[in-house]
Design a protein around this ligand. Structure first.
Ligand code: ZN
Length: 146
């Protein structure tokens, strides 16, 4: 697998064998995007964190199929799905299939907002927590804009 994630400057294309194996679940475009996502995240984990890379494109595709192509935090399928570390890397989380959740871009962004929840020891990422975090963020935005 390792050679598939070499840092080639060429356009990120999902390998043909993987396209063939996963064509029942993903379109070619989706596979190319997933490939690019994993390659980018692998680069980020290697260069920005001192964490071993134990997460492959196959793992990511498998997680997404198991999550029924929806966000594991809010259940939405209308946003782009991104790689999300349940325990953040900066808090000692691992870059492994077990610590990675399929998250929509929105829920992943909200986690930044709900970092205070994390510090208070609330590790759940429930729909209501996310809704509350969005409300708080909107309120803060209104207040700072006023
Ligand atoms: Zn979501």
């Amino acid at each position: 697998m390792a050679e598939q994630f070499s840092h080639t400057p060429r356009k990120n294309r999902c390998p043909a064998a993987i396209r063939l194996a996963w064509r029942d679940h993903f379109s070619d475009d989706e596979l190319d995007r997933a490939y690019a996502q994993v390659a980018k995240e692998t680069w980020r984990v290697r260069h920005c964190f001192n964490v071993p890379v134990q997460f492959t494109l196959i793992d990511w595709l498998d997680l997404r199929v198991r999550a029924h192509h929806c966000c594991e935090y809010c259940g939405s399928g209308e946003w782009e799905l991104v790689i999300d570390h349940y325990i953040p890397l900066i808090k000692g989380g691992a870059h492994t299939k077990e610590n990675i959740r399929v998250s929509c871009a929105r829920a992943s962004a909200v986690r930044v907002v709900s970092a205070s929840n994390w510090q208070r020891g609330d590790h759940t990422r429930t729909h209501s927590n996310i809704s509350k975090a969005i409300d708080r963020a909107r309120k803060a935005e209104r207040e700072s804009g006023a």
